[in-house]
Structures are given as structure tokens and as C-alpha cells.
Design a protein around this ligand. Structure first.
Ligand code: UD1
Length: 411
């Protein structure tokens, strides 16, 4: 059942003027952003009457294998604005996006700025737009790991607070947002836009047949991706490399390696000794999903792969203590191993049990989330003129407000 907050004082004292959406600007920056935004761009292009769309690429990811290849494969095309922010500390990267996007937003003044996911580019762009009085829409809102040591968790919390429209893809996202005081009227359950990309690209993914072209037997290998700072920026990486070397004795391992992980392995003087571990450069989207689809299972610390494996029905072992995507464990194929590289040794023994566990695809992960998101724009976005405009989209707290749990009355 859908949970609602009562219409609070915000509804009574803050009339919500709605602005029609004729121009949408999207911001992408890092690898997973492209798959989340492409279906929305496609749905905007098909909309009648036409909605103008402008694409900004921050350049947070800049190698062709991390960026250009995704835009090409997904048919998004070249961005209208490229900010070339590149790598840096979190503050430097975030600040560069803010500085470089401000004049673009000020000149173009879109009716809505769409930002996906939880990367530094997401929060940076949302912050600038909100201060310019440009409404923000957040794709994949409301996900929470409840772990503030993750940079992505900070980015998610702030982006949701700054957004006028919160596009969610799982039921817990609504609860998380309501607990943080977000007005229910801002939340739209549109489903999972990243799964739209997978559905749309499935025929091309199948035709590629990467396992066959790489001499891999279907169902016979483990796909590994590891890139989170908590795992790869320190001694846990040494232990993960040793554990992978050990399980490769009984199971072939294919590891498309993220540049951060490759650099860190080099810095720490690490290498694999088992020749049954195949190290690859980061793959394009189509190649990667084809590799995943033919695998026995995935071992990962990525967020998106937890979702893709759930959709594909491939067992997923997540090397983290928490997940902001609990629906992939409750309904899907995901198992949290913990941030404990030694648990990698348990993967071969756990695999048969996980294969026979019933798993389903969550509702709204069906290939039609992009069109639903664009349909949600038809009633317009809450007007947000001037630097203080965001206040008009957020209900002010009532002095007698009950504890958040008490406000979650089911209707
Ligand atoms: C970023 C996101 C993370 C996402 C991941 C997907 C943040 C805080 N993190 O992490 O949520 O899951 O992208 O890949 O936004 N590098 C290259 N080439 C590139 C890009 C990066 O060599 O094209 C190297 C650079 O040395 C850089 C490092 O990788 O310093 C990390 O890149 P960065 O964008 O800072 O974060 P990611 O680890 O990729």
C-alpha cells in the first residue's frame, strides 16, 4: 500500500504554482549516469508537443572506455556542453562542476534540470540549479545506504533535499524520503530507467555474444567489478586480490578493471598470479552486459550491477556491508557478503543455493520508466522563482509535528 504524509502546513500556506516544462537540461558525468538518463532523453525526443532537451556532460569520467563509448552505444549523441572537469579531490571535482555549469544554467534557464544517481556531478549541478531558482528533478531518488562514510550517500541526501521532483524506483525510496521530511507530492514512482536501457539494448546485447567471442563457456565464469574507495583504496584490496587468486583455482574469473582499482593495484605492487583470472580494460555497456548475461554470477561493489543482475536473474555477491538497494536482496538475486574480502572464498559454495532461491524483478523495472517519467512532467514542475524559490516546493515543519514514524500513516 502506498504510504502518505498528511497534507501539511506547506499545502495550506504555500500555493504550488506549476510551470510547464518546455525545456529540460540533463547532466551526466560518470559511467552509470548515461544508462539512467538515455531512456529519458529518448522519451523526451518522442514527446508531442516537442520538449527541448539540452545535454551537459561534466567530464567527471573522460576516458573513452568510461564515457564516449556509452554515449555512442546508447544513441545519446554528443553533449551540447562539455565541462571537462576531470579527476580531483571531491571538493575540487564538485567545485569545478559548480563553477562551469553556473553560466550555462544562467544563460539557458531550462524549466527543469534532471540529474541522475549519486555521483559528484549530480550534487554539484543540483546545488547550482537550486540556487538559481531552476527546479531540479532527481532520477533514482531516495536510495539510502545509511552509511555516511560513502561519498555517494552524502550526494544522495543533498540532491534529494534540493530536488523539486523525486523520481523513485523502489518502495523503500519513498519511505526514506518521507522520513527525511520530503513532501509526498514531490515523489513520483516511475520505475527504473537504467533497466529501460537494458530492455532496449537486449537484442544488441544478445547478438554481441561476448562469452563466445572471448572463448568463455556460458555459466562457467565469475564476473568481478570492484571500484569503491572503501574497498580498493587500502589494504582490503590486497586481501581481495589474494582471495580471487585462490577461488580462481576452481572457477574462471573475468575482471574488467576500473581505472581507480588498476591504479591502486599498481601503487600497492599487486598482481594476480592465477592465469585463470582474465583482467580486461573497462568494457562498453553492451559488451559488459553481454559478459554478465553469460556468467555464473557477479561479484561486485557496484550499485547498478546489483540491479542489472536482479533483472537478468544472475546471482550477485555484493562485497559491501550495506546496500542502498535492499529490494535487490528482498526480491532479487543479490546477497550482501560484507566488506570482508575473505568472504570471496565462500562464493563457490554459496552459488548453488543462490541459484535455486526464488527471485523476481521489482515492479516498474520493465522498460517503460523513461516514458512514465516524461508523463509525470506533463502537469509541470513546481514554480521555483528566485533564490528562495525552493521553499515553495517543501512543506515547512509544523511546530507540533509528530516523530517521522508517526507521520507515515498508511492511507
Ligand atoms: C565515480 C562515482 C561512483 C560511481 C563510479 C562509477 C563519485 C563520488 N563516485 O567513482 O559513485 O560508482 O564513478 O565508475 O562521484 N579515472 C580515469 N579515467 C576516467 C575517470 C576516472 O582514469 O575516465 C581515474 C582517475 O584517476 C580518478 C579515479 O579514476 O581519480 C576515480 O574517478 P572519480 O570520478 O573520482 O570516481 P570513481 O571512482 O570513478
Amino acid at each position: 500500500m502506498r504510504e502518505r504524509t498528511e497534507p501539511g502546513a506547506g499545502a495550506k500556506y504555500h500555493a504550488r504554482a506549476m510551470r510547464p516544462v518546455r525545456h529540460v537540461m540533463s547532466v551526466v558525468g560518470a559511467r552509470p549516469n548515461f544508462m539512467k538518463t538515455a531512456p529519458v532523453i529518448a522519451a523526451l525526443r518522442r514527446h508531442a508537443p516537442p520538449i527541448r532537451h539540452t545535454l551537459v556532460h561534466t567530464g567527471q569520467h573522460y576516458d573513452d572506455s568510461m564515457s564516449a563509448i556509452f554515449l555512442e552505444e546508447l544513441g545519446v549523441g554528443a553533449p551540447d556542453h562539455l565541462l571537462n572537469v576531470g579527476s580531483g579531490t571531491h571538493a575540487v571535482q564538485t567545485a569545478r562542476v559548480m563553477e562551469r555549469i553556473e553560466p550555462i544554467l544562467a544563460a539557458e534557464r531550462p524549466d527543469l534540470l534532471l540529474v541522475p544517481g549519486d555521483v559528484n556531478s549530480t550534487v554539484a549541478a543540483a546545488l547550482v540549479a537550486a540556487k538559481l531558482g531552476i527546479p531540479v528533478g532527481h532520477i533514482e531518488a531516495g536510495l539510502r545506504s545509511f552509511d555516511r562514510t560513502m561519498p555517494e550517500e552524502i550526494n544522495r541526501l543533498l540532491t534529494d533535499q534540493l530536488s523539486s521532483l523525486l523520481f523513485i524506483h523502489s518502495p523503500e525510496a519513498r519511505l526514506n524520503l518521507l522520513r527525511e521530511g520530503c513532501d509526498d507530492q514531490r515523489i513520483h514512482d516511475v520505475g527504473n530507467t537504467m533497466i529501460d536501457t537494458l530492455v532496449a539494448m537486449r537484442p544488441r546485447i544478445r547478438a554481441l555474444d561476448v562469452p563466445a567471442t572471448r572463448g568463455l563457456e556460458r555459466g562457467d565464469y565469475l564476473v568481478v567489478t570492484l571500484h569503491r574507495p572503501a574497498l580498493v583504496d587500502g589494504p582490503l584490496l590486497d586481501r581481495a586480490v589474494a582471495a580471487l587468486d585462490s577461488i580462481a583455482a576452481g572457477m574462471r574469473v573475468v575482471f574488467p578493471i576500473h581505472p581507480r582499482t588498476a591504479q591502486e593495484m599498481q601503487r600497492r605492487g599487486l598482481s594476480f598470479s592465477n592465469p585463470r583470472i582474465e583482467l580486461l580494460e573497462p568494457l562498453g555497456y553492451l559488451e559488459f552486459v553481454s559478459l554478465l548475461e553469460g556468467s555464473a554470477a557477479a561479484l561486485t561493489d557496484s550499485g547498478g550491477i546489483q540491479e542489472e543482475t536482479t533483472y537478468l536473474g544472475i546471482p550477485c555477491f555484493t562485497l559491501r556491508d550495506n546496500t542502498e538497494r535492499p529490494v535487490t536482496c528482498d526480491l532479487g538475486t543479490n546477497v550482501l557478503l560484507g566488506l570482508a574480502p575473505e568472504r570471496i572464498l565462500d562464493v563457490p559454495a554459496m552459488l548453488p543455493g543462490l541459484r535455486s532461491r526464488p527471485a523476481t524483478v521489482p515492479p516498474g523495472w520493465d522498460g517503460a520508466a523513461g516514458p512514465r517519467l516524461v508523463a509525470a512532467l506533463e502537469s509541470g514542475v513546481p514554480e521555483c522563482a528566485g533564490p528562495a524559490g525552493l521553499a515553495a516546493t517543501i512543506a515547512p515543519p509544523r511546530p507540533w509535528a509528530a516523530a517521522p514514524e508517526q507521520r507515515l500513516n498508511t492511507a
